[in-house]
Write a protein that binds this ligand. Structure first.
Ligand SMILES: [Zn+2]
Length: 262
């Protein structure tokens, strides 16, 4: 599909090599009167930010390609002694715009973009993370389901970053957990019943976590096609999201929106 794109490059100076990459648009913001800064997760170069000149103008050459969560092919170049790259041109590969019709699905997709933008270091290529985001967004779009795609996303984001705790032991004292673990905000893992802070923690069935861990070893599509979501998925998702916030040392705006529902 990508090979069939018409290429609309413009001539640029030989000193600035044009690089071609695929990317997901994580976020955009205005720069001055006419331009936009686009936060991107690229397949080849990792997360980066680039300026799109004139992108705020009504008849911009970018059209609707630079909307958040668009999957695009783009041509970028580096400017000497400048932090930000510049976008030369972009083509839409796949739109996730239809997800805006459902509030909860829209927020779930925005959560993926926000967590990726906060979590991933700039300019560190990681093709597995790129493929993860694309698979998760496609699964949300196709299935209309939120919990399993987000659990899969959170699990692999933590694991690829090296921040996934051992679900079988207490993060405070190291003792093996029984049937139930407890999570309190700010912790890096579950606590046993002796170590938990009763006012602030919520309980999780260790068997649910084990079944999620097993399911996340296969593809997300296979997990979703395997049947109805198992019980306890809301709690597992909240737990993994809390671990991500703990690593980030900040709240994610979309996480509150997910909990708030409509
Ligand atoms: Zn303990």
């Amino acid at each position: 599909m990508l090979n069939s794109f018409a290429c609309r490059r413009v001539d640029i100076s030989f000193e600035m090599p044009l690089r071609e990459t695929e990317a997901l648009v994580l976020r955009t913001h205005r720069l001055g009167e006419a331009d936009k800064i686009v936060s991107l997760l690229t397949r080849q170069y990792g997360r980066l930010r680039a300026v799109a000149s004139g992108a705020q103008r009504p008849k911009s050459r970018y059209g609707g390609t630079l909307e958040p969560l668009s999957y695009i092919r783009l041509w970028i170049f580096e400017r000497e002694n400048r932090d930000l790259l510049r976008i030369n041109s972009a083509e839409l590969a796949e739109s996730f715009f239809s997800m805006q019709n459902d509030y909860r699905i829209q927020i779930a997709a925005q959560y993926v973009a926000e967590a990726a933008e906060r979590f991933l270091p700039e300019r560190e290529a990681n093709e597995r993370v790129f493929r993860l985001l694309l698979a998760v967004l496609r699964a949300i779009k196709r299935s209309g389901e939120v919990n399993r795609p987000l659990i899969y996303f959170n699990y692999w984001l933590l694991r690829l970053g090296g921040f996934l705790p051992d679900f079988g032991v207490c993060a405070s004292c190291g003792a093996a957990l029984g049937a139930q673990g407890y999570y309190s905000s700010g912790a890096h893992g579950l606590s046993c019943s002796a170590c938990q802070l009763p006012q602030e923690s919520f309980g999780l069935a260790v068997s649910d976590l084990n079944s999620v861990t097993a399911s996340c070893q296969g593809t997300l599509d296979r997990w979703i096609l395997s049947g109805k979501p198992p019980s306890g998925m809301n709690e597992v998702r909240r737990f993994l999201e809390a671990l991500i916030e703990t690593q980030l040392e900040r709240k994610l705006v979309t996480r509150d929106l997910l909990e708030g529902g409509h």
